[in-house]
Design a protein around this ligand. Structure first.
Ligand code: BTN
Length: 264
């Protein structure tokens, strides 16, 4: 791949500027720097390999050459979007999930807030980072990493949650660039609908472990775990849980992740 070919591949999606690199530190890092230098809305950074890819909770995210999709989409939120920033964590997951279903007929789920699962194994992770000038948001970078072929899947001892790749779920080769195009098309579609009834319905429709008993764990694995049965998503993007007596409580998107727990 090269920048010119990628620009052609993504033609007609209404993106801003596009940068491609064979090797990069982290597309999010480069995206944030570019944002500060004036990157237009919907500009895109794509890399074949990352040497310092980052995940949520300061974890490392390894991207090996030829095996994955690693990209960062830069958004310059409107005022209406700035009022709903928390909901944008789901946007990248919507793009990935819709594309996997639309192109390959797979049945992806979203592990709240934004991991994409196939057959209860993580296939993609999303890291949203924001840049502020005082209390005004300058922009946001939606970083997406997708395990496309089995070479992208880290060994079990290196992951918090079992992982898989698109090709393992599909049982055949997948075209990374076709997948990228479809993901971005779907993401742009959903961007215009963040916070709409359709948006919440889609999120809840794809919600992994809905109706099941889960544990909410601090991302940094500090004590204070919380358990409950997943009921759905609140309008602010928080997760609605009920306890054993049916009493409801909400968990904010933040420094937490969830894992299945033994049913109560
Ligand atoms: C996670 O599940 O912890 C989030 C992983 C996000 C990885 C992507 S790969 C492209 C972008 N650049 C990065 O450095 N991270 C994100």
């Amino acid at each position: 791949m090269d920048t010119e070919t990628l620009i052609q591949q993504l033609d007609g999606l209404g993106l801003g500027e596009i940068r491609y690199a064979e090797q990069i530190s982290s597309t999010n890092e480069v995206g944030l720097t570019w944002l500060g230098q004036g990157a237009p809305d919907l500009s895109l950074v794509v890399a074949d390999e990352q040497t310092a890819g980052r995940g949520r909770f300061d974890r490392r995210w390894v991207t090996r050459p030829g095996a994955a999709l690693a990209l960062s989409l830069i958004l310059r939120p409107t005022q209406a979007e700035a009022d709903r920033l928390r909901l944008f964590s789901a946007l990248g997951a919507f793009g990935v999930a819709d594309a996997l279903e639309g192109l390959y007929g797979l049945a992806p789920q979203i592990k709240w807030p934004n991991d994409v699962l196939l057959n209860f194994h993580k296939v993609a992770g999303i890291l949203v980072e924001t840049a502020w000038i005082g209390d005004r948001i300058q922009g946001m970078v939606i970083g997406i990493g997708v395990n496309v072929n089995p070479g992208a899947v880290p060994p079990p001892e290196e992951v918090q949650f079992p992982a898989t790749s698109v090709e393992e779920a599909l049982g055949r080769a997948a075209d990374r660039w076709q997948l990228l195009r479809e993901m971005l098309a779907r993401l742009v579609y959903w961007r215009g609908r963040v916070g709409s009834p359709e948006f919440y319905a889609a999120w809840e429709g794809r919600l992994a472990f809905r109706g099941e008993w889960v544990q909410i764990v601090s991302g940094y694995d500090t004590p204070g775990d919380l358990e409950g049965r997943i009921q759905g998503i609140n309008p602010d993007g928080s997760l609605r849980l009920s306890d054993a007596d049916g009493k409801e409580r909400s968990v904010d998107i933040g420094d937490v992740h969830l894992r299945p727990a033994r049913s109560k």
